[in-house]
Design a protein around this ligand. Structure first.
Ligand code: PRX
Length: 633
């Protein structure tokens, strides 16, 4: 693999080069790619505006760098192995040659339905190869995809369609999820009633569900492909043309559309993929994420395919039909690199090692973790029982906004330290700052994690609202990108991510904004005010704990609690459903009327130590009542 670091010395040298001469460092990597026109300037940046341009004025098409660049050597190599939800169903192997044809054909189909360069296309689909084809086809014709996790509700989907003014939705009749069939098309239908930009919906037949097709608007995937050519001349894109928008939650307001652009994202996902996982030509690589999240974008689809890798895509869930399904799949395909989330590890750990030992995991060379801090117990279990103590474990820290892995061991190259994301990748310049923005130098320091220099796959803007991008990421600490995470540099100089320092809750590796959940709860006609906090959860990392003031004269607390949970599920989706709802008569507030979340977090965590001074509250008496109501006294 080009540009793959081979040992610790090379890592140190490359890291230093990337800091001293970043332009040269990234140009050297970019030189291995196919450009229609070379860039005029490697990097142009300003973190105040913010404005970030990589490979300025170059022209390319990302998919030409997967297909045209690789087909002469990879035509018959398997690009995607697809393992269906039901293990009795046949898997599918798609070669690079076949993936190319399918991408071109679908690209032509979308064009025939009126999609042009710059149009936004929502992908709301199960984990099937067609979803990958759809993403690539968008990239091919210059349409901007926005994949929405198919577990989101109709109103969450409608919000995203409206925010990006999508012209097309790609979906399926239904989804298989374990032993359940989940309707999908009907969710899209409901969402579209709240929008007015969608002109066409293309529907993949997956579960055979009976669905209503709107004649003018909807057509089946198969119909859309009829008569379309397997060749397509790729659209010429500028480096900084939008590749995709991916919505993610923040501490305030509705989810924001994180924007990634063509060239920088392409270079960085390739580079980070080959280095972190140390992928070798004949390896089988498997990332268990869903394509609805950034991990699926960067490390199921773009990074691996740009590297000519074989990437496994799994439709199902880890516990169906048995809790050894992951390990069975590793044995079946002789997976070499396996990348999953701590939540999955913790959930499977509960089922014991019998389910692991039944399967041969000797093919594994690298195991990885992403999405949330991995606690030491889970780290050791994963390392010992899955990695058999011999596979490097890459704990990869990054975000939707960073586009690619930022801090992580490089498998077998840089040292592993349990529960530590450890060291930055070349090109990444993390800094730890105190609350005043002062950089904390040296080891044994703890503070907020910022990045002080641009990297190619960084967020460019939040779609349709550049001010929000500036305020969220570039205003807290001047001249730096603020991640929202706390971090510690230990006595050896390794970084350990401590979790979010803002009002974002990380539930099973999924980001939820407290404000977003509160807004959903406030839709309940009996709710007067609510406050949501995270609390430590054994499996999910964090769970959602909601406090709600209700006009509860008519309904019992039990009924209100259940209604609130169901409402959040309906408005956002099952992943946002609160674990606990406590009906309260008031919320602790400062004299300026701000909710004191610190106290609520303590109650939710059942930890009443160091409650701090509550005498300055507007309503100190409420704290005692809330503590009692939570059953803590
Ligand atoms: O808090 C960090 C946590 O997940 C957040 C980013 O979430 P999202 O944009 O959904 O992307 C998840 C997949 C990249 C971060 O701000 N996070 C992610 N990876 C780690 C992590 N926390 C600790 N360790 C990690 N390895």
């Amino acid at each position: 693999m080009d540009h793959q670091i081979k040992n610790l010395l090379e890592y140190t040298n490359d890291y230093n080069k990337s800091i001293i001469k970043p332009d040269q460092f990234w140009e050297n990597i970019a030189n291995s790619f196919h450009w229609r026109k070379r860039w005029e300037k490697t990097l142009n940046w300003n973190f105040d505006t913010p404005k970030i341009e990589w490979f300025k004025n170059a022209k390319l098409n990302l998919t030409e760098n997967i297909f045209e660049r690789l087909l002469s050597t990879h035509r018959n190599k398997t690009a995607i192995i697809w393992e269906p939800n039901d293990p009795e169903m046949s898997p599918i192997h798609i070669s690079y040659g076949e993936l190319y044809k399918q991408t071109c054909k679908f690209a032509n189909a979308m064009k025939a339905q009126g999609i042009h360069k710059g149009d936004r296309v929502i992908i709301y689909m199960p984990m099937v190869p067609e979803a990958t084809v759809a993403m690539l086809a968008c990239a091919r014709i210059g349409a901007i995809h926005s994949v929405v996790f198919a577990g989101f509700s109709a109103s969450a989907l409608a919000d995203r369609i409206n925010d990006c003014q999508a012209k097309m939705v790609l979906t399926s009749d239904g989804n298989f999820r374990g032993n359940k069939k989940i309707p999908v098309k009907s969710v899209v239908d409901e969402a579209i009633t709240k929008t007015d930009t969608v002109e066409k919906v293309i529907v993949l037949k997956r579960t055979g569900e009976n669905v209503k097709m709107h004649t003018e608007r909807d057509l089946w995937w198969k119909e859309a492909l009829e008569g379309q050519s397997e060749e397509n001349i790729a659209e010429e894109m500028d480096s900084e043309d939008l590749l995709f928008i991916l919505y993610t939650s923040g501490s305030t307001g509705k989810p924001k559309g994180v924007v990634h652009t063509n060239a920088g994202y392409m270079i960085y996902t390739y580079y980070s993929f080959v280095n972190v996982f140390q992928y070798k030509e004949d390896d089988i690589y498997w990332c268990t994420a869903d394509i609805g999240w950034i991990t699926g974008h960067s490390y199921i689809v773009y990074g691996p395919l740009l590297a000519g890798a074989t990437t496994l895509m799994f439709e199902g869930i880890p516990t169906y039909p048995h809790p050894g399904r992951f390990w069975e799949i590793i044995e079946k395909y002789k997976v070499n690199q396996f990348y999953t989330a701590p939540t999955a590890i913790r959930a499977l750990q509960v089922h014991g090692t019998d389910h692991v030992e039944k399967f041969d995991l000797s093919s594994l060379k690298v195991i990885g973790s992403v999405g949330e801090p991995i606690n030491e117990e889970a780290w050791h279990w994963y390392h010992e029982h899955i990695g058999k103590g011999r596979c490097p474990l890459v704990d990869t820290w990054w975000q939707t906004e960073t586009g690619g892995i930022m801090i992580s061991p490089l498998a077998g190259i840089t040292p592993n330290k349990p529960a530590h994301a450890s060291l930055p990748l070349p090109g990444v310049q993390p800094v730890i700052v105190d609350t005043d923005g002062k950089e904390l130098i040296g080891n044994n320091v703890e503070g907020n994690l910022c990045i002080k220099f641009p990297w190619p796959s960084m967020i460019r803007t939040t779609y349709g609202d550049h001010k929000r991008c500036k305020e969220t990421y570039f205003s807290t600490y001047k001249g730096m990108y603020f991640t929202g995470d706390g971090v510690k540099r230990d006595h050896d100089g390794y970084l350990r991510i401590l979790g979010r320092v803002d009002d974002v809750i990380n539930v099973s590796g999924h980001r939820m904004g407290t404000a977003e959940v509160e807004n959903a709860i406030d839709e309940h006609s009996d709710v007067i005010e609510s406050a949501v906090v995270g609390f430590p959860h054994e499996i999910k990392g964090q769970g959602i704990y909601a406090f709600a003031i209700c006009d509860n004269s008519k309904k019992s607390n039990e009924i209100l609690q259940e209604e609130i949970k169901q409402l959040v599920r309906k408005i956002i989706g099952p992943i946002a459903k609160p674990e606990q709802v406590q009906i309260v008569s008031g919320l602790p507030k400062t004299r300026s009327g701000k909710i004191m979340r610190r106290i609520l977090r303590k109650v939710a965590s059942k930890d009443l130590s160091n409650l701090g001074d509550i005498s300055t509250l507007l309503n100190p008496e409420i704290v005692e009542q809330i503590i009692k109501g939570a059953g803590l006294k």
